[in-house]
Design a protein around this ligand. Structure first.
Ligand SMILES: [Zn+2]
Length: 293
């Protein structure tokens, strides 16, 4: 059975056709200008798919397949009946899921967390997504919103976050936060291309002190938030993925120093790099699609 998984991002949309545990086709395209166009695109990607799973960066109603709060991709998604529209066009069952939960499902079943039961997931990109698996199941929450690690408060009174809070993990460890720490005042939140973070990483590897500090600050913040989440949930591992996680090595010493401080309570939290690469979200969306089909 071939299932199509589609991972809709703010800028790019990734897709994968999954047959069993094997990706038989995949691709990356610019995210279309709105939900109607995105649904049309999804219906055209894998004509032989028998089910479709679609991951969205925001809150969704899984029961009805409706987008609830999806602010980043172009167009007005909120209230859009994604599953119903896509089902009309493609004629197959459609599941709608949050993208971080999709990422977690893929890494849990096929990637870095395979065989583990109690795991945190952090996705470092333009924002910071998160998910929680307990007893081998990825938890969802009422709006598919359970596990938003990115909006744990790391520094009360810190920089303003898009969520209304200040000093969230996301303001430190997402791409824009890292670039801002490297070159303050030049970058507005949410406007940074992933390549720019790669440039800061390159500078850090070449020994630039400010670049090194920007990643140490991100690693420290990640350690604070993961330490809190581990204390709350009692998990033993965390999988870190997303475009910025290519620079995880630059965050590791600050991250581990922060976690080590809390070892008496949380034990040795294993920090595992994600294994499935940029297609993890699309693969996870396909896994959700398969179960409904
Ligand atoms: Zn926030």
């Amino acid at each position: 059975m071939t299932v199509l998984g589609v991972d809709v991002g703010g800028t790019y949309t990734k897709w994968a056709a999954l047959d069993g545990d094997t990706v038989t086709a995949s691709g990356t395209v610019p995210t279309p200008p709105g939900p109607d166009e995105t649904v049309k695109l999804a219906a055209s990607l894998a004509p032989h798919a028998e089910a479709i799973g679609i991951g969205l960066p925001g809150h969704v109603d899984r029961d009805t397949g409706t987008a609830l709060f999806v602010p980043n991709p172009p167009g007005d998604w909120d209230g859009y009946p994604v599953a119903a529209r896509l089902r009309e066009l493609a004629g197959v069952p459609v599941s709608v899921v949050n993208d971080a939960r999709a990422f977690a499902r893929a890494e849990l079943e096929l990637g870095a967390a395979r065989g583990l039961a109690d795991v945190l997931f952090a996705v470092l990109g333009t924002g910071v997504g998160g998910a929680v698996a307990l007893r081998g199941a990825v938890l969802a929450g009422p709006r598919d919103n359970l596990g938003e690690l990115g909006h744990l408060t790391v520094s009360p009174g810190g920089s303003a976050c898009c969520c209304g809070n200040r000093g969230c993990l996301e303001t430190f460890a997402a791409g824009p936060g890292i670039v801002r720490a490297f070159s303050p005042g030049t970058v507005a939140a949410g406007t940074v291309a992933a390549g720019t973070v790669a440039e800061v990483a390159e500078a850090a590897r070449a020994g630039d002190g400010r670049a090194v500090e920007a990643f140490e600050r991100a690693g420290w913040a990640l350690g604070v938030a993961l330490g809190d989440a581990a204390a709350l949930l009692g998990v033993g591992s965390v999988v870190v993925g997303g475009g910025v996680s290519g620079a995880l090595d630059l965050m590791r010493s600050a991250l581990h120093a922060e976690l080590a401080r809390r070892r008496p309570l949380i034990g040795d939290l294993a920090v595992l790099p994600a294994a499935l690469g940029p297609l993890a979200g699309a693969i996870g969306a396909a896994l959700f699609g398969r179960r409904s089909g």
